[in-house]
Structures are given as C-alpha cells and as structure tokens.
Design a protein around this ligand. Structure first.
Ligand code: FES
Length: 154
C-alpha cells in the first residue's frame, strides 16, 4: 500500500486513534489483508503501540494478517450447515482450488476460508463468495459458481 493511500485513509478518520477499527477495515478493503508495513505506519502516525494494533487485528476474525486472494470464498462449518452437507461442498472446493481452508491459490486469485455459523442456518449449507451469501449450496450449484469465477479470472 502506498503511503499516500494510507494517508488518505487516516485523513478520512481525522487521524483519530479511536477510529482504529474502521481504519483497519479500509486498509483491508484496499489490500484484502493487513500488511505489516501498513500496521507499522499506522502505529507511528497515530502514536498507537504496535502491540495494540496487533491485538485488534487478531481479535476480529474479519481481519487477516496474511495476504489473501482477489476472491474470498467462505464455507460455513457450523453444525446446521455441516449436517446439511457443508462438508461435502468444502471437500469439493479443496479439490477445485487445490488449497485447504485458510490458504490462497498460488495465482493469488482465491482464498478459501471456513467460518462459524453465519446465523442463516435455515438456508444452509451457506457459502459466501466475496461477501455475497449463497444458500442451500450443493455440488452442482457450486460448480456453476466456480465456473463463473474461473471465467471472470480468465
Ligand atoms: S450453521 Fe451455517 S449458518 Fe448456521
């Protein structure tokens, strides 16, 4: 992330240390993760101890300290989604992408993640693609989404 982009984000929040969470959210929206250099700069510029920034960054599951792909694919592994076949979908995704949960494809296109109950159990199994919920997921339905994603990539 360029120092100018980071400055623009900090300015947006009046360089107020109390706005750390929205600042981190904006950094992550730009980069898809929280780069260490950006966290160090925030620490210096807002005079917040780096340990406090890491404490916040690791507390919220929505933040990632590891580089993530352009597309984030999340599979709910909560009990209700699991009994409705979520595990089978996850297996298929692992085969399709060639990476496990928490990992990113080598081309940096896709990151596969598992999440806990998303509160939409009645529609399970739930898959979230770039923030968009897809309910009652099954392997053929996933195939369609996967093909669309791959097409957009190519
Ligand atoms: S268990 Fe998946 S939404 Fe509740």
């Amino acid at each position: 992330m360029s120092p100018e982009t980071l400055d623009a984000i900090l300015d947006r929040y009046g360089r107020n240390p109390a706005q750390l969470i929205p600042i981190l959210q904006d950094v992550q929206a730009e980069e898809n993760y929280l780069p260490r250099e950006a966290l160090e700069l925030i620490s210096q510029k807002l005079d917040i101890p780096i340990v406090r920034i890491y404490a916040v960054a690791t507390f919220y599951k929505a933040f990632s300290l590891k580089p993530r792909g352009k597309h984030i694919i999340q599979v709910c592994t909560g009990t209700a989604c699991h009994v409705r076949g979520g595990g089978r979908i996850l297996d298929k995704m692992i085969r399709d992408f060639g990476v496990g949960p928490g990992e990113t494809t080598k081309d940096m296109e896709f990151t596969l993640e598992t999440v806990n109950c998303l509160g939409a159990c009645a529609l399970g199994p739930i898959v979230v693609v770039d923030g968009e919920y897809h309910g009652q997921m099954n392997p053929p339905k996933w195939d369609k989404i996967y093909k669309t994603l791959k097409k957009a990539e190519g």
